[in-house]
Ligand binder design. Structure first.
Ligand code: DGL
Length: 272
């Protein structure tokens, strides 16, 4: 434990890999001065095809790591991990603010005219009781077209996010969802905003594409304000990148996705 004042302690953020970096950008915009620790759990990617039990075990290990780093809050910008594990994490750490993410079903229900919403997400998210409850609560009258896209996760992990290859990758799923009558697309996996350009090129300018990165950043800012833990310094905050996979691969792909040079460390063995 450090004796840093609460506001100066780091914030822990994790995803199965680089997907959560799409939300990290939004968090950095709102929390400019904070120290961020981003863990890419790349030794276990993809989460979307794993059992709930396996995802909960990783969530426990990674939050234990964050606690060892004396974090003041944790963000889980991973729809799959939030759906599987956020309740368990909140029970284990009742005094630590833990912010999750959920697909943008609520805004989609407001926007759709056809009452058909396409949701691109992982198999795990789409099959989860948490996702079913979200749909029942926020879009009881809409038809939801479920589109698991596991190959998109793997492409983004490789840094393959633009150009003809990316367009060919997203085309079949986008076409399938639009053919069902969807007039709004929800990106319910944090890897997918990196493919946004390719998805938009295929779907056309009239189809809104929704994601929830900024909603997570806003909620994180709100909970920090509520507990008097918001950091207000003028100096820009730093971000540490850590992975349970290959640090060179994370450095290479994160540099590409974020457009700034990134170096990465290996997650200590106890948490791998
Ligand atoms: N980025 C994650 C999500 O938001 C998980 C992707 C995966 O590992 O399958 O669901």
């Amino acid at each position: 434990m450090s004796d840093l004042p609460l506001a100066r302690r780091p914030i822990g953020i994790y995803d199965s890999g680089v997907g959560g970096l799409s939300v990290l950008r939004d968090i950095r915009t709102r929390l400019a001065a904070d120290t961020l620790i981003y863990v890419a759990d790349a030794g276990y990617v993809p989460y979307g095809e794993k059992s709930r039990h396996a995802i909960v075990a990783r969530a426990i290990a990674l939050t234990d790591f964050f606690v060892s780093q004396d974090v003041k809050a944790i963000a889980v910008p991973c729809n799959t991990a939030t759906a599987a594990a956020i309740n368990v994490l909140r029970e284990r750490h009742p005094d630590l603010p833990i912010v999750g993410i959920e697909p943008a079903i609520k805004p989609a229900a407001k926007l759709t005219r056809s009452q058909v919403i396409g949701v691109m997400a992982t198999t795990g998210t789409l099959a989860s009781p948490r996702f079913r409850a979200l749909v029942q609560r926020e879009a009881p009258h809409a038809r939801i077209v479920l589109q698991p896209c596991p190959s998109w996760v793997l492409a983004v992990e490789q840094g393959m996010v633009s150009g003809a290859q990316a367009e060919a990758l997203v085309a079949p799923a986008v076409d399938a969802v639009l053919a069902e009558g969807a007039d709004v697309l929800v990106l319910g996996c944090t890897h997918f905003p990196f493919l946004r350009e390719a998805i938009a090129a295929r779907a056309g300018a009239d189809v809104p594409i929704l994601e929830t990165g900024d909603a997570v950043a806003r909620q994180l800012q709100r909970v920090l304000q509520e507990c008097g833990a918001e950091r207000q310094d003028d100096a820009p905050g730093t971000t540490r990148f850590v992975t349970s996979g290959d640090p060179d691969a994370l450095a290479r792909v994160a540099s590409r996705l974020l457009g700034v040079p990134v170096t990465a460390d290996v997650l200590p063995a106890a948490y791998r």
